[in-house]
Design a protein around this ligand. Structure first.
Ligand SMILES: NC(=O)c1ccc[n+]([C@@H]2O[C@H](COP(=O)([O-])OP(=O)(O)OC[C@H]3O[C@@H](n4cnc5c(N)ncnc54)[C@H](O)[C@@H]3O)[C@@H](O)[C@H]2O)c1
Length: 351
């Protein structure tokens, strides 16, 4: 059966990397006889500035009929408030209830490690970030705006259901892959109400996985420890805000934004796959965007679509590109976006 993929390239370098990512996936599909069909959608700043459209509810219903969404990036200096980007990306995450933000942090070549003495063996963990609650729901408000008495309140929303399902997703992932360790990160010493709920729920779920060693850490301590001894971590689960920050640390430890992939998931349903990076307005149109984060995102999508062998092949070819020195400026190289894409396609063709 044909897998239908909705491509939303978005803004800035989004279209540059999405084009490269789709061409790479088409190459793989042709080589391995995968039935993939790509439909392109023009949500982004250009359309918003033209007719005010961000992401209409009816379009979300249409997107539900796809097997996956392949997303570039949104954000444009012409929309300084970022309202279209919020509507589109947070709209998709919230309305499709994509509660798992899954980010693998895997070093593809020892030479990319920023940590002395830590290489591929030490840097290989995944982060499960809660994606629909916490401090990112927009609940709250301002009072006496613009005055010296202004009050701004941002509500941190944590539901038992929301906390439990992300923790369960992390344990299920570890269990299915025979991984040994799951660590939950919070700030329960300072944020007792939400921390209490997370800790109680974590205890309840971990009891069902006695074969897995579980631990709980404060997020600040985890940030330090990830730099000191990343090899201790296999699966990390945390809330929306902490996850947002710690996943950027994870990306920085494993080659940076040009190599960082992510998936927004609701197990058993349509998923949204996007590189961790944004629209990088500083390098738009300069052929400097690293397309490999988008290609690794494609590998995550292939695995989700039940093509694990093809996903692994794509990851191996990306690793080979990096090893061979096919590196854009973000990785210290001089190669252009098109050169990296061309070599990756060639490696897939001869694989
Ligand atoms: N998921 C998303 O769509 C997403 C995520 C983050 C930021 N944004 C938006 O993107 C815009 C720019 O944000 P930012 O500058 O904070 O983050 P960014 O990720 O766009 O860029 C940060 C830095 O990393 C570089 N970079 C990013 N991706 C790269 C790639 N593939 N290859 C080479 N270099 C790369 C950029 O050139 C820039 O110097 C803003 O509008 C922001 O809101 C969107």
């Amino acid at each position: 059966m044909t897998k239908r993929i909705a491509v939303i390239p978005g803004d800035g370098i989004g279209p540059e990397v999405a084009r490269a990512g789709v061409r790479v996936l088409e190459t793989l599909a042709k080589k391995r006889n995968l039935a993939l069909a790509f439909d392109w959608f023009d949500y982004g700043a250009e359309r918003y500035l033209r007719d005010g459209t961000t992401l209409p509810d009816a379009d979300i219903e249409n997107l539900r009929s796809y097997d996956a969404i392949f997303f570039g990036a949104v954000g444009d200096p012409r929309v300084p408030g970022g309202e279209h980007a919020r509507d589109i990306l947070l709209g998709l995450r919230f309305k499709l209830d994509l509660y798992v933000n899954f980010r693998p942090c895997k070093l593809y070549d020892d030479s990319l490690s920023p940590l002395k003495g830590k290489g591929q063996k030490e840097l290989d963990f995944v982060i499960f970030r809660e994606n629909t609650e916490g401090l990112y729901t927009g609940a709250g408000g301002v009072f006496k705006k613009g005055t010296l008495d202004e009050i701004a309140i941002e509500e941190d929303i944590n539901t038992r259901k929301g906390v439990e399902r992300i923790i369960r997703a992390a344990f299920a992932y570890a269990s299915e892959r025979g991984l040994k360790r799951v660590c939950m990160a919070d700030k329960a010493n300072a944020m007792q109400h939400s921390g209490g709920l997370w800790r109680r729920t974590f205890s309840l779920v971990k009891a069902q996985y006695p074969q897995i060693e579980s631990s709980v850490m404060y997020i600040d301590a985890l940030a330090m420890d990830l730099v000191r001894r990343p090899e201790r971590y296999q699966v990390i689960v945390t809330g929306n805000l902490f996850g947002d920050i710690i996943t950027d640390l994870g990306a920085a430890l494993t080659g940076g934004l040009g190599l960082a992939a992510s998936a927004n998931l609701h197990p058993g349903r349509l998923g949204l796959f996007e590189p961790v990076h944004g629209s990088a307005p500083d390098i738009v149109g300069k052929e400097q965007a690293n397309p490999l984060a988008m290609c690794l995102t494609g590998a995550l999508m292939l695995r989700h679509l039940h093509y694990p062998a093809e996903a692994t092949l794509l990851e191996e070819c990306v690793a080979r590109c990096v090893r061979e020195g096919l590196r854009t400026p973000d990785l210290g190289g001089t190669k252009r976006t098109g050169e990296v894409e061309a070599r990756l396609i060639q490696l897939l063709e001869i694989a």
